[in-house]
Design a protein around this ligand. Structure first.
Ligand code: ATP
Ligand code: MG
Length: 436
């Protein structure tokens, strides 16, 4: 029940672009001991996958004991309302093609399970996972896959749990904060991490093609990685990185040159890796300007068909000009400008971008995980305080006594955020029809 409330609030908020998620933390003080919970049910896992020695148990629902343990291990938080059924039918996150659930290693460690059951999808997903694993082993910035178990009729990938979910959550948290230094640090860290991930996959000849906040994972231990290799292209020819115009990926994050290729159709192509860099730049702009959707940020038409018609290079140029007008070249935004450069020849590669003075000056952020964890904790605390105040204001509870009562008797939880991002229609493959 609570999960539904949280999900609905989230969707509503994304469309309305509200800055505070009042329903989620209604009246709740940021208490440190929220997670000290009494065990409620001890339940054997229903299905074990991958063998009884090293396998994973699927977790069909989350009770308070699970929630408490998951939080302790991974930093991932849940909401339970008082008096409600203690089990939640809970998923970690939803994509277009799969839902990520919790699983637990038989040794006790929690994991995220992506389950694929369609025959064709299994084949594609096996390839996707093989490449993701190879990239994660080759360098940093790519989400690790612990195990893949192929049962023939279903395929199961097991990942380390990203306690903060996807970067979409990070963007939402940044929105609640007016601490400019903290927000700039977070956006810089996000930028460095995505560029590092792109550099790693680039060395492996991989083009991601679907860089967006939902495909970037934020781990509570201070690391950010690229995930979801469902749209990748592998290109062994480093001198020819051009992709066909109809190439996959979220259409809202397409580069001006891909949109141009979509207009021309036929044999028209665009530069794949530079498309990833452009999308990364858009993610950073969204985070910096507290926006959810590139179309809103840049005043693009909501319909993709219209977007292809209208959004040419001069269109992007005219939208970016005021954004970057007064940004010093060696600042964060001055550097992001070079990621969203309209002209792909002038746009930097991920490798070049990481070596920009601003990013190389901050390179150390990637290693200082303690500091990143502190930043995440600060953001979370800010969000909780803001949500708590707003909830009280929304209900007209100004009296301290009433507020105290309210805080003690409303939502009790194991916590805060889950990425329940509903996919926008723009993102659906059904929109492919737009091209025809
Ligand atoms: N390891 C993880 N830890 C926490 N959350 C995760 C993890 N992996 C995935 N998620 C959540 O699940 C969502 C969907 O995962 P993912 O993008 O890998 O699946 P998908 O179905 O292939 O997505 P898409 O529709 O974008 O192709 C992510 O956006 C994220 O919110
Ligand atoms: Mg995804």
């Amino acid at each position: 029940m609570t999960a539904i409330v949280v999900g609905a609030t989230y969707v509503w908020k994304r469309w309305k672009k509200q800055s505070v998620d009042v329903d989620v933390e209604m009246g709740q003080k940021p208490k440190k001991d929220t997670f000290v919970l009494d065990p409620v049910v001890v339940r054997p896992r229903s299905t074990v996958i991958g063998g009884f020695k090293n396998g994973y148990g699927q977790v069909p629902d989350i009770d308070l004991t699970d929630a408490s343990e998951i939080f302790k291990q991974t930093g991932f938080e849940f909401h339970f309302a008082d008096g409600e059924e203690v089990k939640l039918d809970f998923w970690v996150g939803k994509g277009n093609f799969s839902i990520a659930y919790f699983a637990q290693k038989l040794t006790g460690e929690f994991a995220v399970e992506k389950r694929i059951t369609e025959k064709d999808a299994i084949k594609a997903s096996l390839r996707e996972a093989t490449v993701q694993r190879r990239c994660a082993q080759a360098g940093k910035g790519v989400a690790e896959i612990w195990n893949t178990v192929n049962l023939g009729t279903s395929l199961h990938h097991f990942f380390k749990v990203a306690g903060f979910g996807s970067a979409r959550n990070l963007l939402d948290l940044v929105k609640c904060s007016s601490d400019t230094k903290l927000n700039t640090d977070i956006v810089t860290w996000l930028g460095l991490s995505i560029l590092r991930g792109l550099e790693t996959i680039g060395r492996e000849g991989v083009i991601h093609r679907d860089i967006k906040p939902e495909n970037i994972l934020v781990y509570a231990d201070g690391e950010i990685c690229i995930t979801d290799f469902g749209c990748i292209e592998i290109n062994d020819d480093k001198d020819n990185l051009m992709l066909p115009w109809h190439s996959d990926g979220d259409k809202r994050f397409r580069s001006p040159d891909q949109l141009e290729a979509c207009r021309l159709k036929g044999n028209a192509k665009f530069n794949g890796p530079k498309g990833d860099v452009f999308a990364a730049g858009l993610v950073l702009l969204l985070a910096h300007f507290n926006e959810d959707d590139p179309r809103i940020l840049l005043g693009m038409p909501m319909s993709f068909r219209e977007c292809v018609r209208v959004c040419d290079k001069p269109f992007f140029g005219s939208k970016f000009a005021p954004i970057f007008q007064s940004q010093p070249p060696n600042s964060l935004m001055g550097s992001v400008r070079q990621l969203v450069e309209v002209n792909p020849e002038a746009r930097l590669t991920a490798e070049q971008a990481r070596r920009l003075p601003y990013f190389s000056r901050h390179e150390g952020m990637l290693e200082d995980k303690e500091a990143r964890m502190k930043d995440l904790a600060k953001l979370k605390a800010i969000k909780k305080t803001v949500a708590s105040i707003s909830a009280r204001e929304a209900r007209g509870i100004n009296n301290a006594e009433q507020a105290e009562y309210y805080n003690n008797n409303s939502t009790t939880v194991a916590g805060g955020q889950a990425d329940l991002s509903e996919q926008l229609p723009y993102n659906n493959e059904g929109e492919q029809a737009d091209y025809n």
